[in-house]
Design a protein around this ligand. Structure first.
Ligand SMILES: C[S@@+](CC[C@H](N)C(=O)[O-])C[C@H]1O[C@@H](n2cnc3c(N)ncnc32)[C@H](O)[C@@H]1O
Ligand SMILES: Nc1nc2[nH]cc(C(=O)O)c2c(=O)[nH]1
Ligand code: SF4
Ligand SMILES: [Mg+2]
Length: 232
């Protein structure tokens, strides 16, 4: 079976972001990323200096950990780092046979044939404030490999006005998808509740001001509930 580089497996908790917010889920977080966003809130799954904390596990071992956390079928969310660097095909096959469903969070920079096995694919291309540049041909390849257009949702982080303008342009370029906007948590280690709420209110004001009425604006619910802690 394929080997997977895993930062952590945790849950059940709730999905705190995007289209499936509030849904009970187990997270499988892979180690390693082809990006390095300026405000990434999971650097321990990105930067090489944390490599010694990651585990090389067989698909079977990851599956055992999931089953220990949730013996009954649940939504499994693959995140990272960039989970598209790994080969999750076998894990998804085993999980589906046992009645589990799969969501994945990825930035859309890399795609794999096994994307078509994912039930809920969240693509999260990165805005200018991240310091990353989106290659739209790679994003479109990820789109084309999804199970169906309906399986895709787009989650965009907005840190400032330039990001907001960019996000609105992305929506106008790809109007066929549902868009979830989330404020950037700039103080990744100690976001205060009030900052999280204020940035969400500001994002709502921006959406309303431009008449982007199809957008969904959500704070990171897990951050509001627990702060920027690991394992929730
Ligand atoms: C940590 S990433 C891992 C998956 C994948 N690399 C990606 O970026 O989509 C999961 C989600 O968290 C978002 N995110 C990361 N840092 C954030 C921050 N400081 N504030 C708000 N959202 C953040 C990302 O944009 C992405 O949608
Ligand atoms: N509860 C919870 N929801 C999340 N949604 C996306 C997460 C991530 O870090 O990928 C995340 C996470 O780490 N925890
Ligand atoms: S792409 Fe995702 S995991 Fe990678 S650095 Fe950016 S936010 Fe972090
Ligand atoms: Mg996170």
């Amino acid at each position: 079976m394929s080997q997977l580089i895993i930062s952590e497996v945790f849950g059940p908790t709730i999905q705190g972001e995007g289209a499936l917010v509030g849904k009970p889920t187990v997270f499988v977080r892979s180690g390693g990323c082809d990006y390095r966003c300026s405000w990434c809130d999971t650097l321990y799954a990105v930067e090489k200096k944390y490599k010694n904390e990651w585990h090389t596990l067989s698909t079977e071992e990851v599956w055992s950990q999931i089953q220990a956390l949730s013996p009954t079928p649940i939504l499994i969310t693959l995140s990272g780092g960039n989970p598209a660097l790994q080969d999750f095909a076998k894990l998804i096959e085993i999980g589906h046979k046992a009645g589990y469903t799969f969501a994945m969070e990825t930035q859309g920079s890399l795609s794999k044939p096994w994307f078509k096995q994912i039930d809920y694919l969240t693509l999260s291309p990165k805005p200018p404030s991240s310091g990353m540049e989106t290659k739209w041909d790679a994003f479109e390849k990820s789109v084309s490999l999804a199970k169906s257009p309906e399986a895709i949702s787009i989650k965009l982080v907005v840190a400032d006005d330039i990001d907001f303008k960019w996000a609105h342009e992305v929506q106008q370029r790809y109007p066929q998808f549902d868009y979830y906007l989330q404020p950037c948590n700039l103080q990744a280690d100690e976001v205060t509740l009030e900052q999280g709420l204020q940035s969400t209110r500001e994002l709502i004001d921006q959406v309303v001001a431009v008449g982007w009425h199809q957008a969904t604006v959500l704070p990171q619910l897990h951050n509001i509930l627990w702060g920027n802690q690991r394992g929730v």
